[in-house]
Design a protein around this ligand. Structure first.
Ligand code: ADP
Ligand code: ZN
Ligand code: ZN
Length: 687
């Protein structure tokens, strides 16, 4: 037993802390020896913190007063929860995302202190159930192309497509090829994913299968369990930390060979990793919203480089980044062009909402009725919850905004309150304009709740269900509602994003988008990409099994290129225009971004901090790089915190990253403790 241990903690410091090992092993029944790979409680300042033992040492670090070295309190784990490979990956995350090593480990390892109960099955040699489907020609060709490359790591020269910073612990680029299953919704991508996984498992290797948070329904995990039995486990957000930890441990021991889960499953400690699948690659949930703000695709590329595992992504609407890599040949595109379950791409029509009273155009109402008469079902989509959107006074221009955030309050009729969607603040809205007393003032725009009411009035005979964050929070779970919809007990399913993704219901004939333009106004260069992708995905819910699918897209922007391209399901055309625009404006994928955001209760301090960071980083910028801002964030105040940001933009991540790292070090030396700063490498949201 080494006399000293190096620990890291979940704190923003990239630093090891040395502790004395326990004087004598505790007399507990299970001796908890302190070794790297285990977690331990240790005194840190005035508190005790959970730490990760990353190294042991025979001597105290040079120049440290021996007497000042404290002893750890106790070892938490009986068995190692992480190994040398996990530490190496965590080091890469800390270097790339500019966070502490302990923060990286904390993001990777489930937070449970004690593994929950799970079946102790050993060997993982369960039979794989054969698929009942016969592959189409396109599917077979895709599968053969992928598996043919599996043995030859030098398949495609890749360089460093992900722009991993050179000179960081990232190491060199790996050789295993990357594939992209690009196919319309319903073209059978899942089956190709499963068959590829099967092949890789047969070679004795293991598989990570990433799915968007929202798509990880009971249905998906059941399908995978049916196929792979006890070889497979799912990670999902509903699991307790203990249950997650026990699956993590099973993977470490080699008792699991395929893990299905959202973003964080990319860290699964599987031995002999052979394949990483990223389903719905474009999905926003692959990017973490907290430090470290990692992107699962980026981590997957790193794991691929280290392990030689194949990377297989798929979507009907790739991200602009992936699209560009396919155009350059860095990612090999495999195209699936046909729907396989009897469906056809739906007929899509854009309809102007101008001049319509209420939220439903006559055209959409007609189609809803026709669909119901056929005994079929309708999905209505609006990316905005609540009853109405904002409170506006036409005589003086007053708007009702949150007391703590610079955003409009949303009227939630069923609760009788106007609510802030950012911080939760709510109030009873005024009867008259608080500024000028006008009685004309009131809520404008509309949300899901208002549409629910209009549907109830217009079609009292139809059964309507609303699914959004509000309806799900109160009572009926998403699963329950979807189950009823699937069973045909609901005529119209109305909802936000939740209905847009992955829903695979045969009875659906009609998809209606209430207002397609909601996301187009956002001050973000990805606004068009997101709107396009969402519309194509929503449209993809229609006509999956019958060739008569119909989609009505209501809009106030007839003729807008995004609306036109999505109506035509013209992914190539959309990206041709979008990529040209990104190139002209020098936005990703033609540049790389690092966003620094600052927040404080004090607006003067936050301005100063942002300006200071800009001054520190300016002389460090590599040729061709620039700084956007500092500026107020599009949402200038959230929960009483003033928000500023600046964006470092450069031609490649390597040089830009170096500048950001050094600027951050210098910034931290003299930083204002009342300003909170956060760094986001490859930001996805700029709000
Ligand atoms: P995607 O993931 O591309 O949107 P799915 O994988 O959900 O599409 O497949 C859509 C439907 O097609 C599913 O019901 C699936 O069972 C069916 N399907 C997939 N492959 C085949 C095949 N080879 N033959 C017949 N049906 C298939
Ligand atoms: Zn007024
Ligand atoms: Zn608020």
């Amino acid at each position: 037993m080494a006399p000293y241990l190096d620990l890291v903690f979940d704190i923003p410091a990239n630093q090891h802390f040395t502790y004395r090992n326990l004087a004598a092993p505790s007399p507990a029944k299970t001796p908890r020896e302190a070794v790297p790979g285990k977690r331990a409680m240790a005194p840190f300042g005035k508190r005790d913190l959970l730490g990760y033992i990353v190294a042991e040492r025979e001597e105290a670090p040079a120049g440290v007063d021996q007497a000042s070295i404290r002893e750890i309190r106790r070892v938490v784990d009986t068995e190692c929860t992480f190994g040398a490979e996990d530490i190496t990956l965590a080091e890469w995350i800390a270097a790339y995302y500019l966070c502490g090593l302990g923060e990286a480990l904390a993001a990777m390892i489930p937070s449970g202190r004690r593994a929950g109960s799970s079946p102790t099955l050993h060997g993982a040699e369960e039979e794989i159930a054969p698929s009942p489907l016969e592959l189409s020609d396109e599917q077979r060709e895709a599968l053969e192309t992928i598996t043919a490359s599996a043995g030859s790591p030098a398949g495609i020269p890749t360089g460093s497509p992900a722009g991993i910073p050179t000179g960081s612990p990232a190491g060199g680029p790996g050789g295993a090829p990357m594939f992209y299953l690009y196919g319309i919704t319903g073209s059978g991508k899942t089956e190709v994913f499963l068959r590829t996984a099967e092949e890789v498992l047969k070679q004795g290797k293991s598989v990570i299968y990433l799915v968007p948070e929202i798509a990880l329904t009971h249905q998906t995990s059941e399908a995978i369990k049916a196929r792979f039995g006890t070889l497979a486990a799912t990670f999902h957000s509903g699991m307790s930390p203990g249950a997650r930890l026990s699956e993590w441990m099973r993977a470490r021991r080699g008792d699991l060979r395929i893990i299905i889960g959202p973003r964080s499953a990319v860290f699964a400690p599987l031995n002999n990793l052979g394949l990483i699948i990223i389903d719905e690659e474009h999905d926003g949930s692959y990017k973490s919203g907290n430090t470290p703000r990692y992107h699962a695709r980026q981590v997957a590329m790193r794991r691929r480089a280290v392990s030689g595992a194949l990377l297989l992504m798929g979507s009907a609407t790739p991200s602009a980044e992936a699209w560009n890599l396919m155009e350059n040949g860095r990612i090999r595109r495999l195209y699936l062009s046909r729907r396989l379950a009897g469906g056809k791409p739906p007929e899509i029509t854009a309809v102007s909402l101008e001049g319509t009273e209420g939220c439903l155009t006559p055209r959409l109402k007609d189609e809803i009725l026709t669909t119901a008469r056929m005994g079929r079902q309708t999905i209505l989509f609006l990316n905005r919850r609540g009853f109405a959107y904002f409170y506006h006074c036409p005589s003086c221009g007053f708007e009702l905004t949150c007391k703590h955030c610079s955003v409009s309050l949303t009227w939630h009729k069923d609760r009788g309150r106007a609510i802030c969607h950012y911080c939760g603040y709510s109030e009873v809205p005024p009867k008259a304009c608080p500024a000028c007393g006008s009685l004309e003032a009131g809520f404008r725009g509309f949300g899901t709740e208002m549409i629910e009411e209009e549907l109830g009035r217009t079609f009292p005979q139809l059964r309507v269900r609303r699914v959004d964050a509000d309806s799900v929070a109160r009572g009926k779970s998403l699963e329950e509602n979807l189950e009823m919809f699937r069973a045909g007990m609901v005529d119209i399913l109305l909802g936000t994003q939740m209905v847009a993704k992955g829903l695979n219901v045969p009875g659906v004939r009609l998809v209606g988008v209430i207002l397609a333009d909601t996301g187009l106004h956002l001050p973000d260069f990805r606004a068009a990409e997101r709107t396009f992708s969402l519309l194509v995905q929503v449209a993809g819910r229609a006509g999956r099994y019958f060739p008569d699918g119909k989609v009505i897209i209501q809009t106030l922007r007839m003729g807008d290129p995004v609306i036109e391209k999505s109506t035509a399901l013209d992914v190539d055309g959309f990206f041709r225009a979008e990529i040209a625009q990104r190139r002209a404006l020098n936005f990703p994928p033609f540049s790389r971004l690092i966003r620094l955001s600052f927040r404080s209760r004090d607006s003067t301090r936050v301005d100063k901090a942002a300006a200071r960071f800009a001054d520190l980083s300016r002389p460090l910028l590599p040729p061709g790089a620039d700084i956007l801002g500092p500026a107020e964030c599009p949402i200038g105040i959230i929960a009483g915190n003033h928000r500023r940001h600046l964006i470092l933009r450069g031609p490649d991540m390597g040089s830009l990253h170096g500048a950001a790292r050094i600027a951050l070090l210098r910034y931290n030396k003299g930083r204002d403790s009342r300003v909170y700063a956060e760094v986001d490498i490859d930001p996805v949201s700029l709000l």
